[in-house]
Write a protein that binds this ligand. Structure first.
Ligand code: PEP
Ligand code: MN
Length: 360
């Protein structure tokens, strides 16, 4: 692995007493929208105004961005408000145009980070620039791909690097639009401790409700800041309408977060305990979500049993499940007594769920 130790401490240069906040719409839509949101953000702790100019859509036919004209709106917003500007670049042409329009922060999107060819092209187009470049995690949960993108940029003498954790896609219905997979950013942070880590709770959640929870979790894990999609009229947004919040809601959200000051007087051991507890909380979240998933599948089996007039308890099947789990328990160093208790409880809950279905 390459060393990124000469990465500049660009975050410290801002001299902030709060986490770095990048806010603004998913997409720049009109000049009025960009200016309105920028002026409203002046009342917040935001330092940087974001707006997508070219939108990488998974399916064609969705709004694909206003294109270069939007860069002029960002320029005007900066002049009028003093906010720095940020946009996504996905090829050398985007880089050239963004630089021409004095964009301060360029970010590489999740769909771009997956491609070493494209990242290499972009990195070469950026060679030696003195801008902040942020790299979103790749769509797929692959730490090496994320780190590789950083290394490609660093090799081209880009020294103001940072990363954005925006979650990872997975198939089927999930609690999140993009699963956080917290272990990946945690591993990234321990491999590259001098690369600032921001969270993008908007793209992880896919809705407004979970944004506050995700921001707090990130702060508890010592993230350096956040990028949050903010729109003057979220319901009417041309892209990602479900997950955007108003500038007013953003200000409220920032007030509600507990920022742990890195008090030097505080014992390092207390900090370690806090980090470990946060890790436990994350695992617990995942455990309960998985159990919920298991119950849903049990319910589907319930439907099948009802249609086929089969009794709920299938002794043979239950015996096999238990046998397999006791074996797995042993491999994972958990006692037989514990595994028995755990699985009997899970099994009972599944039966309760199926009973409800069958007796409906
Ligand atoms: C965005 O920030 O609007 C965006 C497209 O994000 P991502 O690359 O994380 O999907
Ligand atoms: Mn978006």
């Amino acid at each position: 692995m390459q060393n990124i130790e000469k990465n500049k401490d660009w975050l410290a240069d801002f001299g902030l007493t709060h986490p770095l906040l990048i806010a603004g719409p998913c997409s720049a839509e009109t000049e009025e929208q960009v200016l309105e949101v920028a002026h409203k953000l002046k009342d917040s702790t935001a330092t940087i105004l974001r707006a997508g100019i070219w939108k990488p859509r998974t399916r064609p036919g969705n709004f694909e961005g206003v294109g270069a004209i939007g860069l002029k709106w960002l320029q005007r917003a900066k002049e009028e408000t003093g906010l720095l500007t940020a946009t996504e670049v996905a090829n050398p042409y985007h880089v050239e145009l963004a630089l021409k329009h004095d964009v301060d922060v360029l970010w590489i999107g999740a769909r771009t980070t997956v491609s070493p060819f494209v990242v290499q092209e972009i990195a070469q187009a950026m060679k030696g620039i003195d801008k902040i470049v942020l790299v979103k995690n790749p769509i797929n949960p692959d730490l090496a791909l994320w780190e590789g993108a950083l290394e490609r940029l660093y090799t081209q003498d880009i020294m103001k690097l940072g990363v954005i954790h925006r979650g990872f896609s997975s198939y089927g219905e999930n609690t999140y639009r993009n699963n956080p997979e917290w272990q990946i950013p945690i591993d990234f942070k321990s491999n590259f401790p001098n690369v600032p880590m921001l969270i993008d709770p908007s793209h992880i959640a896919g809705n407004r409700e979970k944004i506050a929870y995700l921001c707090q979790k990130a702060l508890d894990l010592n993230y350096d800041g956040m990028m949050i999609e903010t729109h003057p009229n979220p319901d009417k947004a041309w892209s990602d309408a479900d997950q955007q919040i108003t500038p007013e809601a953003l200000i409220e959200l920032m007030r509600s977060l507990r920022v742990r000051t890195s008090d030097v007087g505080k014992q390092a051991s207390a900090d370690t305990l806090h980090k470990l507890r946060t890790k436990i909380d994350i695992v617990d979240d995942e455990l309960v979500a998985l159990l919920g998933k298991r119950m849903k599948i049990a319910e589907e089996i319930g439907v099948w049993k009802k249609e086929n007039n089969v009794s709920i308890l299938q002794e043979e099947r239950w015996r096999k499940v238990l046998e397999r789990m006791l074996e797995l328990g042993e491999i994972n160093e958990m006692s037989e007594t514990f595994m028995l208790r755990l699985y009997k409880a899970i099994h009972q809950e599944s039966i309760n769920h199926q009973n409800k279905i069958i007796n409906k």
